[in-house]
Design a protein around this ligand. Structure first.
Ligand code: HC1
Ligand code: SF4
Length: 580
């Protein structure tokens, strides 16, 4: 342990603690820009390159970057002397000298860390402006917009893409004034191995990486009298949307969200959770089918089975594990199952022609935009889900439509595709899909009622988790990974023949969908992820039905339309195939 003084306060911290960490512990908030450390996940970037966090250390001539300077015994630190404040302001002014000053039209305005610092440092003029501005590329993909003239070289995106996701789609290319952050050889993101997970967007402090906004398209559709516009909402959206309206992280706003969607003009408000229950029916049946074959001694059976609801994960394994495409479940994601059922079963029931029906999804995710656009989810060019908007886009729409979100009453989803169980709502957090599957697989496999539906041993935030579930004497070994780097380790193990699992859940984003690239920005605070996760488990606990196979409208859907899980019709509408 070492004891030091920061701004006159004495503090004792473990060896190795940085000045920034020590200061944070006693409530002194030193400004940062390039630094990010999402404790409890592996999201971390600490190049100490921006110099915004400098402090004075007694006895040292130069100012020290607090994010990279370790505390030592007897150190005396000052974080807010005039010299320090002026140095930070000059650093901000220098960054701004090569940054477009179009804050008014920037998609990050109001949520931009550079803008916040300029305000905090009282920057009132641009002393270094007037020189040449570096012109860098703009690229629009289905999911992400890359506006590189706004890039400040914090390298957060690069760290998250390389170290956390192990995709390696972003890095510095070219030199000097022409340097930019891009895929290798300055290729387009759309031509790289980018999975559209959106984690680079989630950590970008400025407007260099943002989502592809579909809100104007949606407003036009909602105005069009020839269209019936329906919406589905992903599990993770309801526990994060409130943050955009000043509510504490982890406030569940399901009822207000439904009310707001009706106010916006959607004809029907449905729930992706309904389709998550349907996913469990199909994926659960696949698990049981493969297990039965395995127990019968079939040597050809593919185990472990991997979940397939996360589109960035699907993209990742298609690129990096093309030799293992037979392992993942063939079940489509809940988003796509919803679209498929809405444009077949429901549209037929309602007498709505396919071309008249627009299906929109609200997702915590940016890869969902790309998933909507995949050819295998289209019929004669018409997508099952027309497009997806993120939690942040929905919040912007609600504000634009003058809806006072905080004061809204609760409203209920429409039926039948608004009915869901507790099992489906936990899909939004890491481990939730596995837990939902276990609740159904257990009962169907053993024929016994599961009294305690809480599988605590698959919950939590550790990057890779293992659990053994006793199914009437058979030990089912399950694994859970979140973050693509963790997933890669698991898959490489399996490729090398070290397979200790029967079933694995993988989500691309740290925390699962609650930490998706389309969620309100966490600005490096891990507490937010824990609060969102806790709120999902609370919603689950408060649901009258907590097992997917007990959803009465899912039972009806099979009776009236699909027959049984893995039937020919179910295969056609609810399953998919993978490409390399
Ligand atoms: Fe997800 Fe899923 S849980 S992928 O994380 O399986 O995005 O929330 O909607 O499709 O249900 C996301 C969340 C979401 C799907 C479901
Ligand atoms: Fe990398 Fe994900 Fe960003 Fe693509 S979206 S560049 S995979 S972090």
């Amino acid at each position: 342990k070492v004891t030091l003084q920061i701004d006159g306060h004495s503090i004792t911290v473990p060896q190795g603690t940085t000045i920034l960490e020590a200061a944070t512990e006693i409530g002194i908030s030193i400004p940062t820009l390039c630094h990010i450390d999402l404790k409890g996940t592996c999201i971390k970037n600490n190049p100490a390159s921006c110099r915004i966090c400098v402090v004075e250390v007694e006895g040292r001539k130069n100012l020290a970057p607090s994010c990279a300077t370790r505390c030592t015994e007897g150190m005396v630190v000052r974080t807010s002397t005039l010299r320090v404040m002026n140095a930070r302001k000059v650093v901000a002014e220098l960054i701004l000298s090569d940054h477009p000053n179009d804050c008014l039209t920037c998609p990050k305005s109001g949520n931009c860390e550079l803008q916040n610092l300029a305000l905090r440092f009282n920057v009132r003029e641009m002393p270094f402006n007037g020189g040449e501005l570096s012109l860098r590329k703009r690229e629009v993909t289905t999911s992400i917009v890359r506006n590189m003239d706004k890039c400040i070289f914090c390298r957060r995106c690069e760290s998250v893409c390389n170290d956390v996701q192990t995709v390696g789609a972003l890095g510095a290319v070219r030199r000097g004034f022409n340097t930019t952050i891009a895929p290798a050889f300055d290729k387009k993101m759309g031509e790289s191995e980018c999975t559209y997970c959106g984690q680079c967007v989630a950590v970008c402090p400025v407007g260099a990486l943002t989502e592809h906004d579909h809100t104007n398209r949606l407003l036009e559709d909602l105005e069009n009298p020839d269209k019936i516009v329906i919406v589905q909402t992903a599990p993770a959206v309801r526990v994060a949307l409130g943050e955009e309206f000043g509510m504490p992280a982890g406030t569940s706003v399901t009822g207000k969200m439904v009310y707001a969607l009706r106010e916006l003009g959607f004809n029907y408000v449905f729930d992706t959770d309904f389709a998550a229950d349907l996913t469990i029916m199909e994926e659960g049946a696949e698990v049981l089918e493969r297990l039965t074959r395995f127990l019968d001694g079939d040597k050809e059976v593919c185990l472990p089975i991997l979940t397939s609801c996360c589109p960035a994960w699907v993209n990742f394994f298609e690129h990096h594990f093309p030799d293992m495409l037979n392992i993942p479940s063939t079940a489509r994601s809940p988003q796509q199952m919803f679209g498929s059922i809405a444009k077949s079963y429901w549209a037929e029931k309602m007498g709505i022609p396919r071309e008249k029906l627009i299906v929109v999804s609200i997702m915590p995710c940016l890869a969902k935009k790309y998933e909507c656009d995949r050819d295998e989810f289209k019929t004669n060019g018409n997508p099952d889900v027309d497009y997806s908007i993120s939690t942040r886009e929905l919040a912007r729409l609600i504000k634009r439509a003058n809806i006072g979100f905080q004061l809204l009453p609760d409203s209920e989803f429409d039926q039948p595709m608004g009915e869901s169980t507790g099992a489906s709502v936990i899909f939004g957090t890491t481990g939730g899909v596995m837990e939902a599957a276990l609740r159904s697989v257990y009962e169907i496999y053993t024929g016994q009622t599961l009294e305690n539906v809480n599988f605590e041993n698959v919950r939590g935030m550790d990057g890779v988790r293992r659990a053994v579930i006793n199914l009437n004497g058979f030990e089912l070994k399950v694994g859970i990974a979140h973050g693509l780097g963790n997933a890669r380790h698991l898959l490489e193990d399996i490729r090398n023949g070290n397979n200790e699992y029967h079933a694995i859940e993988i989500m691309a984003c740290p925390g699962g969908c609650i930490g998706g690239g389309g969620q309100p920005l966490h600005h490096g605070q891990t507490d937010i992820l824990y609060a969102r996760s806790k709120a999902l488990y609370e919603e689950d606990a408060n649901k009258p039905i907590r097992k997917s196979h007990e959803n009465p409208y899912i039972q009806k859907l099979y009776e009236e339309y699909l027959g049984k899980p893995l039937s020919e019709k179910a295969h056609m509408l609810l399953h998919t195939h993978y490409f390399n």
